[in-house]
Design a protein around this ligand. Structure first.
Ligand SMILES: [Zn+2]
Length: 63
C-alpha cells in the first residue's frame, strides 16, 4: 500500500508546545498513548474518522 501525505497530521504537544508530525496508520482509530518526540512525555491521542475518509486527531495530556 502506498504511503501518502494524508497519513500525518501536525499536532502541538500539550506539554512542550512543539509542533510535531504525528503519523497514524490507516487502520488506526480511537484512543492510544504516544510519547512526544521532543520531551518524551505521554500524549493521549484520539483519532476520529469520517465516512468520507477524512480524519482528524486531538492530543491531550495522558494521566
Ligand atoms: Zn513535548
Amino acid at each position: 500500500m502506498l504511503r501518502h501525505v494524508d497519513d500525518a497530521r501536525e499536532v502541538n504537544c500539550p506539554y512542550c508546545f512543539e509542533a510535531v508530525a504525528l503519523f497514524v496508520d490507516p487502520e488506526t482509530r480511537g484512543t492510544f498513548v504516544e510519547d512526544c518526540e521532543v520531551c518524551c512525555r505521554p500524549w493521549q491521542v484520539h483519532v476520529s474518522r469520517e465516512l468520507d475518509g477524512s480524519w482528524f486527531v486531538t492530543v491531550s495530556r495522558a494521566q
